[in-house]
Design a protein around this ligand. Sequence first.
Ligand code: NAD
Length: 476
Amino acid sequence: MSSRTEPSFRESVDLMFNRAVKLMDLPPGLEEKIRVCNATYTVRFGVRLRGAMHTFTGYRSVHSEHMEPVKGGIRYATGVNQDEVEALAALMTYKCALVEAPFGGSKGGLCIDPREYEEHELELITRRFAYELAKRDLIHPSQNVPAPDMGTGEREMAWIADQYARMNTTDINAKACVTGKPLNAGGISGRVEATGRGVQYALQEFFRHEEDKAAAGLSGKLDGKRVVVQGLGNVGYHAAKFLSEEDGSRIIGIIERDGGLFNADGLDVEAVRNWIVKHDGVSGYPDAQFLENGAALLEEECDILIPAALEGVINLSNAERVKAPLIIEAANGPVTAGADEILRKKGCVIIPDMYANAGGVTVSYFEWVKNLSHIRFGRMQRRQEEARHQLVIDELQRLDDVMGNTWSMSPDFKDKYLKGAGELELVRSGLDDTMRAAYQSMREVWHSRDDVTDLRTAAYLVSIDKVAKSYHAKGL
Ligand code: NAD
């Protein structure tokens, strides 16, 4: 156990920011302008529930308005506080810049344990919170666009969108006031899975680069790699599911609130998820060893560690014992600044949060564009694309007939080639492209500068440079 004290989440983000900014040559004062949070609004509101008035505390923080609207999720958790919301809003600024989503950074939170309320109660609370934010333009299609985060999902986003629409009855772009909505309420295909899918694409891209794998002491493909995941919620579940089902990785450990599951042969992610939904935890799951102290699995021998629950879980108290050579930060801020230093010295490669979990905001960006353009992606071109492909197939068929049927197409080629891209295919393609391009921008800095020894610093350098250029373009 170290005698050093742990900084707060926001201080931790600032420390990492400062490490990077020291390597840059920014105009005097700009570093501070970029680092600080522009404003944080705190609201306390009452909702009558179960025959009594209940008071709730919520926040919406705007970190940087170098681009508008600002963007960032709304979290429902008992630990929500101003420091946390400001740290998360700052990360949103850097994340959006890194993946070239044209937004400033924001974040919101409500101090509440959503599991303690009935659905109709949560609706009342969410609508009231949305009302308080919307009336101050802290929910607005061109100024501030929330999204889901821990404890919230499609359902809450649909209530927020509807609340905004009720308050702005003539706003034709009202649906663009929030992203992560269900498909039938203006959402986009592939948004629910987007953050986990982005984690998968990030790892696929990492594994395409021999030099990067070597830095972590890894080789080969994702197939067979041993993975430990913390948090089987939206992000962790989708990441683990896609990595095991599509890339052949072995999920040997899953950590949840009530403990951890371990199975060296690999866990069935779908079965564990179903168990959690039914039993409100992993305890009692039959095909694995159960550990009451789930966090101990963070220290398990594995190839890839995916913290996908909450911040600060890898800290000064356990970093020294973490054995994973590669950590991908699916959650925001899971590694504290102090732990980051310890892990770097040990040679552990960390794929940083601002990149690793950017899949969510990337697809949110697509959803926002869809809402503003009022048309589903692929609607205009899909059939036209299919018709052009049909022409090629017909011509090949005709040539084959002319040549006396001497060759044939492989069985599923025709079906695959004929299928035009629908919204889901386009979203996945856009997400994959974004994750690849952003990774390459980070790794270029990582490998080309002697003073940059880790991906996090590289990510900060790329994103701060973009934010600085935006300010410069505005004449600031
Ligand atoms: P979620 O609420 O869907 O899931 C969180 C999961 O973590 C739940 O299964 C919960 O039981 C578990 N958990 C909570 N406390 C835990 C603990 N102490 N130990 C182990 N497990 C614990 O939330 P989410 O949307 O998946 O978000 C997870 C993380 O990913 C957060 O840091 C969030 O900011 C980040 N993130 C989410 C999105 C998104 O699109 N949802 C996007 C970017 C980043």
